[in-house]
Write a protein that binds this ligand. Structure first.
Ligand SMILES: C[S@@+](CC[C@H](N)C(=O)[O-])C[C@H]1O[C@@H](n2cnc3c(N)ncnc32)[C@H](O)[C@@H]1O
Length: 526
């Protein structure tokens, strides 16, 4: 099982480690992958004579790819279930993760390679065979699995899960693919392309429209267009798991003692050293949670930014004098848990709203460790709360549904599912939810508009439109608000909004705009 060790030894659990596979392979893997005479070693047995039993880690990766392509499942939800079902140990689980996530992230490029080596359009292949081929290609081109092992094991997997019929095709195609490394294949695929985005799409395994969208997003937020390559690479790296101890509720000691590193961007956070987090009671109880640091920062910024005057001599508070906070789109509850804990510490209360009932249940679960008196969960359309609860909240977050283009590194299959049409479809809902959030804010109250996408259509344009439409808000400096809660200056601000980036901050690409509702007298005058 040497090939297993060489594939998973890096321990990054996600098929890339931030670098393009061909570089890793050139630097570390090529010689090890060849026989003593520089030629690749393949089994002399015909596919028919080889093993029929699938290696469990590859079987898990196959089941993940099948669930994603057949059932539209999310890999990050399916993988842990399949790992548990097949009782994989830590090393095998790491290998299965790297294989499944890598094959999914690099799917567009691998399909282009396969299209050069299969004698019919890929759409005419049995989808299960295509998934097996993708796994074989990732082992050959993206991992340090010796070619003979990649080939033999993929043929065995084919025989075990599909049948003997397609094993000859799988064998023949993978033999052809193994004839070159990834750099050579991508050079061949991009040679005739004049368009830089089309070339980057192959080199970095993103759809070309997303390459263009990310380039446009960088520029819209005041960064250089050529950072796009670093950003695309960051999308292909397995993100470090960030932890948060809920303020006043959780403690990070166990995690730090077990090797987690203290987070250097925000207090109460840590970077996990990997492994099964469920072994810590604090994680099981929910007082310590997995949460991207970018999410922690934007939630803390909304909680910390000073309120304005509600009217002469007043600040924005509820009738009983305690601040009321609202999370308009709370599911599954990551930011709600942090906001609820902060609210409890300050004698404020949080109303966490979510439209989808099953996600509202997740919000309840996330808030369970927070003192009960500090929060309430409501299930409903956030757009209705603007008029139902008008002017009642000191702090409101609208963490709106978005394309998630800023969190592609966490969801390996997401880039291939999204379409440019999603941007147009989400726009009206995002604007309506922001309006509802502003309506729900009390005079002097603050509203945080948040997305996990940097795309201008979901970020700066939504904000600019709101400022044209509404004369009852002013835009606060979100970059300064983030710096005020960060442990070091982030440099995320641009024209009073703020954008975090995976390749700069090692966070998801969270966007934050902060509005303050003007006191009633000011609005009447305007
Ligand atoms: C980006 S997610 C929120 C993430 C959440 N704040 C967190 O930190 O875990 C957006 C959420 O909005 C919900 N949603 C979609 N349409 C909504 C609506 N009209 N009103 C309220 N919530 C809605 C979605 O179900 C989804 O759970």
């Amino acid at each position: 099982m040497n090939e297993r060790a060489s594939g998973s030894r890096r321990g990054d659990g996600g098929g890339g480690g931030g670098r393009r596979p061909e570089r890793r392979r050139d630097a570390q893997g090529r010689e090890r992958n060849r026989g003593g005479h520089g030629r690749r070693q393949f089994s002399e047995q015909a596919p028919r004579q080889r093993s029929r039993s699938a290696d469990p880690a590859r079987l898990v990766a196959f089941e993940v790819l099948r669930a994603v392509s057949r059932d539209d499942a999310y890999a990050n939800l399916v993988l842990p279930q399949r790992v548990r079902h097949h009782h994989l140990d830590r090393r095998d689980a790491g290998f299965a993760t790297e294989l499944a996530y890598g094959a999914l992230r690099w799917q567009g490029t691998y399909d282009a390679v396969l299209a050069l080596n299969v004698d019919r359009p890929l759409a005419q292949l049995d989808p299960a065979v295509l998934d097996v081929l993708r796994l074989g290609v990732h082992q050959l081109l993206g991992m340090r699995v010796p070619p003979h092992a990649a080939l033999n094991q993929t043929v065995a997997l084919t025989r075990a899960v599909i049948g003997a019929g397609p094993s000859s095709l799988v064998n023949a195609v993978l033999r052809r693919v193994s004839g070159k490394d990834l750099a050579a294949w991508t050079a061949e695929l991009t040679a005739a392309k004049d368009d830089a985005a089309e070339r980057d799409a192959i080199d970095y395994a993103h759809p070309a429209w997303i390459v263009r969208a990310l380039r446009q997003s960088l520029v819209a937020h005041g960064r250089a267009a050529d950072e796009v390559h670093a950003l695309l690479e960051a999308d292909n790296a397995a993100p470090v798991v960030n932890l948060i101890a809920l303020p006043g509720v959780g403690k990070l000691e166990d995690a730090l003692e077990a090797g987690a590193q203290p987070g250097d961007l925000v207090e109460g956070s840590a970077l996990s050293g990997g492994g099964d987090l469920g072994r810590w009671s604090a994680v099981r109880e929910g007082t310590v949670r997995v949460q991207d640091v970018g999410s922690q920062l934007v939630a803390r910024a909304v909680a910390a930014v000073p309120l304005g005057a509600a009217g002469p001599g007043e600040t924005a508070k509820g009738a009983a004098g305690a601040e009321r906070w609202l999370d308009l789109c709370a599911g599954p509850g990551g930011k709600a848990a942090l906001l609820g804990a902060l609210a409890a510490e300050r004698g404020a209360t949080l109303l966490a709203n979510e439209a989808a009932p099953h996600r509202a249940d997740l919000v309840r679960k996330a808030l369970r460790p927070v003192p009960e008196a500090a929060w309430e969960v409501h299930t409903g359309d956030g757009r209705d709360l603007g008029h139902e609860l008008a002017g009642q909240f000191a702090r409101v977050i609208a963490d709106v549904p978005c394309t998630g283009l800023g969190a592609l590194r966490r969801r390996p299959e997401a880039r291939w599912r999204r379409t440019p049409g999603d941007l147009a479809e989400l726009g009206p809902l995002q604007r309506d939810l922001l309006d509802a959030a502003i309506d729900a804010a009390a005079p002097g109250g603050v509203v945080g508009y948040i997305t996990c996408s940097p795309h201008p259509a979901e970020t700066t344009t939504v904000v600019a439109d709101a400022l044209k439409r509404r004369h009852d808000v002013e835009l606060l400096d979100a970059g300064a608000a983030l710096d005020a809660v960060a442990l070091r200056p982030l440099g995320a601000g641009h024209e009073r909004t703020a954008q975090l980036w995976p390749h700069v901050h090692q966070t998801d690409a969270m966007f934050l705009a902060l509005f303050r509702k003007l006191p009633a007298a000011t609005t009447e005058e305007s």
